[in-house]
Design a protein around this ligand. Sequence first.
Ligand SMILES: Nc1ncnc2c1ncn2[C@@H]1O[C@H](COP(=O)(O)OP(=O)(O)OP(=O)(O)O)[C@@H](O)[C@H]1O
Length: 243
Amino acid sequence: MLEATGISKVFGRLRAVDDVSAEVRQGEILGLIGPNGAGKSTFFNCLTGDLAPTTGSVRFLGEDITTRSPEARAELGLARTFQLPQTFTGMTVLENVMIGAFLRTSVTAEARERARRILDIVDMAHLAQTPAKTLGTPGRKRLEIARALATEPKLLLLDEAMAGLNPTEVRAAIDLVRVIHGMGITLVIVEHIMEVINSLADRVIVFHQGREIARGTPREVTGDPTVIEAYLGKRASRAGGRT
Ligand SMILES: Nc1ncnc2c1ncn2[C@@H]1O[C@H](COP(=O)(O)OP(=O)(O)OP(=O)(O)O)[C@@H](O)[C@H]1O
C-alpha cells in the first residue's frame, strides 16, 4: 500500500534518518518504535509529506508521492495525527471534525452529517457542541483522530496517540484503534508504550540512531538482543541474552 525506499533525512550535520526502507501492507498495523531521538518521527513525517526526505522515495497506492504536499496525500487517502494535537481551539468539537469532512465535500450539511457519524464512532457525540479548547489531552487526541477519520483515509498514521494518557485512557485508545482497524483502515503507529505495540501491532520496525536495527512481530523484536541493547545498553543486553 505504501512503500518508502532508501529514505534519508539530514539536518545540518545530523543524519536523523539514514537509508531506511519500509513497506506498509494493506490491512496491517505497523508499529515504529525506538529510543528517544532514534528518528521515528522524522521518518514518519517523510511519509506524511510534512518533511521532504533528503534522499529516497515514497509511493502510495502505486503513485510516487515523494514531492506531494500533506494535503495532496490526504486526498489520496493518507491521513495523520500529531504528537501534540493540532485542534482548532476557537471551534466546537463538531466543527473541528467538519474541517476534515470538507476534504470530501463542499456541502456544509453533508460535512456536518459525516462529522456526526465520526463523532459517534469515536464516542464523542455528546461533546459535539463543546468548544474544543475545553477538552483535556485525551479529548484533544481523540478529536484529532476524529478529524483525520473524517477525511476518509485508507491509511492513518498516528504519532504517539497515547502519550500523556493514563492507563485507563490508554486502554480506551487501544479499543478505538481496534475499531478504526475494523473499519478497514490500515495503520502506522509511532509509539513508546510497549503495551500498545504488543496489543496492536502486527509488525514492528525498530529505529536506533536513524537506522533500522530490527523488524518483526512485537514478540520477536522485544526479545532481540540488539533491540534490548539500543534501549538499555550493553549490560542489559547480555543479561537479556542469558534469559
Ligand atoms: N527539524 C529538525 N532540525 C534539526 N534536528 C532535528 C529536527 N527534527 C528532529 N531532529 C533531530 O533528529 C533526530 C531524530 O529525531 P526524531 O524526532 O525523529 O526522533 P524520535 O525517534 O521521533 O524521538 P522521540 O521518540 O523522542 O520523539 C534527533 O536527534 C532530533 O534532535
